[in-house]
Design a protein around this ligand. Structure first.
Ligand SMILES: NC(=O)C1=CN([C@@H]2O[C@H](COP(=O)(O)OP(=O)(O)OC[C@H]3O[C@@H](n4cnc5c(N)ncnc54)[C@H](O)[C@@H]3O)[C@@H](O)[C@H]2O)C=CC1
Ligand SMILES: O=C(O)C(=O)COP(=O)(O)O
Length: 537
């Protein structure tokens, strides 16, 4: 049974999949103080939040079995993603599920600014009938500058165009071609300042976007510009905005998100030309059901099938790439595990080579799986796909990934080399069509071995009788040999044997083998996810 904690106001309808699932126990606990949350978090496998709960490093330290933090929404600035990654906790969100809600709220804010609806409402409901004080402006034929042409920015542009607005879009990823397709003009921030009557921001809050609209920028805008922020507090610098509103440079501002929330900047909140809402962009029945449903279904998939769609701290892989890489995932981990057992010590340098078709794919997922295999030897369960690269970095191990389209004799081939000073261990593997995974290189030797649970790697001198002697020792201890591969550099020189065994070699057998004349190195290898033969009785 997996325990899921929900700490913000999340739609019960959207959580239905989790409520109905026999393997999940959902508990809703809102209004907890950080201290109270810290005490109970240790019992939960997954945590679902919106923007209110602060998922800090201090909280995550106490989250003993937490595997997933799910953000029922887009922005993850209330979650310490770096601390989660360090602890191997996956962070997911629900991108796109509240896009329409946020775009419609932006339009509502823009229309409210243009026609001063909140002010007119307050005055009229107080008993006044003032038809002259609230003369507005039209959106029609005005220029709207959109900073951040992602999902919400694009939906806002569609709606604003229908109102007859001219749209200038700024986004580092906006191409001329996409702008043309959308019927908007690609612009710079300065061009927006120069021509826009309304400016709306739709970016995440990053070090680049923090204070993007500041005193300097406002000085370049048209006098009487109107500003909207339904993205993140701080993209428009609040102090600069108040100065702009006071001087009249800014005719009006509609603000849904604030530098600190709950908002406390009274000068802004009570400014006669400001319209403010308490972070309501995503607050529609539809969006709240959708975000909750998306994260619920993804949590079930993560725990039941390990499939991840919207990870913040894991590589995003398309369905097609995932399908191509799938057969290599187990093999990657096996290569990692075998190589660290061959090297015996922790590596100080790692090199991963992808050849052939594999080199053409985005193989970050395989790289993480290989690293997880290597590190799990010393760090066991504390390493996973989320924190593998982070832990490697922490250990000061350098790693290098080389992709080469050359085939190396197989359609796809991967080779891992671990270094420890002058020592190194090499393991290469491939998937043979119709035959499955094969280890095809161990150190400098070519082999052809199906990765199995129990394996034995022996380096010896190429002299008569070696194979027989190893076979006898194993036979005397009732250890059946599944397969055996022999290889040599040259006749009478160095040679290897790689055996797959039906059971584990205990210390006594290992000792006998190590003491055998002519053997240079004996390494018992164990693959937790390798095949174990089953005998018919
Ligand atoms: N008020 C509310 O309740 C809601 C707020 N949001 C916020 O709205 C923002 C946008 O959300 P989406 O459109 O879903 O995200 P998105 O990821 O689809 O789009 C963000 C866009 O910002 C662009 N961008 C990043 N840095 C930029 C920069 N320096 N200058 C210009 N563009 C830049 C990116 O290239 C991207 O195209 C996020 O901050 C999100 O958290 C989202 C939903 C509801
Ligand atoms: O999805 C986002 O980024 C939002 O800002 C929505 O926040 P909320 O879920 O309404 O607290």
């Amino acid at each position: 049974m997996y325990n899921v904690l929900v700490t913000d106001s999340i739609s019960d309808t959207g959580l239905k999949a989790l409520y109905d699932h026999p393997n999940f126990n959902v508990e809703k606990k809102s209004g907890l103080s950080p201290e109270e949350l810290k005490v109970i978090i240790k019992d939960y496998d997954a945590l679902i939040v919106r923007s209110q709960t602060q998922v800090t490093e201090d909280l995550l330290v106490s989250a003993e079995k937490l595997r997933v933090v799910a953000r029922a929404g887009v922005g993850v600035d209330n979650i310490d993603v770096a601390a989660a990654t360090k602890k191997g906790i996956l962070v997911i969100n629900a991108p796109g599920a509240n896009t329409i809600a946020a775009a419609e709220h932006t339009m509502a804010m823009m229309l409210s600014l243009a026609r001063r609806i909140p002010h007119a409402h307050m005055s009229t409901s107080a008993g006044n009938w003032d038809r002259n004080a609230f003369k507005g402006v039209e959106l029609y034929e005005k220029t709207l500058g959109i900073v951040g042409m992602g999902k919400i920015g694009a939906e806002v542009s569609k709606r604003a165009k229908k109102f007859g607005m001219k749209i200038l879009g700024f986004d580092p990823y906006l191409t001329e071609e996409r702008a043309n397709q959308m019927g908007i003009t690609k612009a710079t921030l300065d061009e927006i300042a120069e021509s826009a009557d309304f400016i709306t921001v739709h970016t995440p809050l990053t070090k680049d976007t923090k204070g993007l609209i500041n005193d300097d920028y406002l000085a370049k805008t048209k006098k009487g510009v109107r500003l909207i922020n339904c993205a993140r507090g701080g993209i428009i610098d609040e102090a600069a905005l108040v100065r702009g509103l006071n001087s009249g440079q800014v005719a009006g501002a509609a603000i849904d998100v604030f530098e600190t929330e709950p908002a406390s900047n009274q000068e802004l909140l009570s400014h006669p030309n400001a319209i403010v809402t308490p972070h309501l962009g995503a607050s529609t029945v539809e969006a709240q059901e959708k975000v909750a449903q998306e994260v619920s279904e993804e949590i079930i998939d993560i725990f039941e099938t390990e499939s991840i769609r919207h990870a913040i701290n894991m590589p995003q892989v398309s369905g097609e790439t995932q399908k191509k890489l799938q057969p290599f995932i187990d093999l990657s981990e096996q290569i990692g595990i075998l190589s660290i057992q061959l090297l015996k010590y922790a590596p100080d340098k790692i090199e991963i080579n992808y050849y052939g078709d594999l080199a053409k794919e985005d193989n970050d997922l395989l790289t993480r799986t290989i690293i997880k295999g290597i590190l799990s030897h010393h760090l066991s369960d504390s390493v996973n796909m989320v924190n593998a690269l982070h832990l490697l970095n922490d250990q000061g191990v350098s790693f290098n990934v080389i992709k080469s389209p050359a085939s190396k004799g197989f359609a796809s081939y991967m080779e891992l080399t671990l270094y420890n000073g002058n020592d190194k261990a090499i393991v290469g593997g491939t998937i043979l069509n119709g035959y499955g995974a094969r280890i095809v290189k161990m150190n400098e030797y070519r082999v052809d071995v199906r990765p199995e649970r129990y394996m034995l790697y022996i380096e010896h001198h190429d002299v008569p009788g070696m194979i027989g002697s190893v076979g006898s020792i194993l036979g005397n201890h009732h250890i059946n040999i599944g397969t055996m591969q022999v290889g040599r550099a040259e006749a009478g020189g160095d040679a290897i044997m790689v055996l797959t065994l039906d059971k584990k070699v205990d210390e006594e057998v290992a000792k006998e083998l190590v003491e055998m004349d002519g053997l240079k190195a004996v390494q018992f290898l164990e693959l937790p996810n390798g095949n174990v033969p089953v005998y018919n009785s």
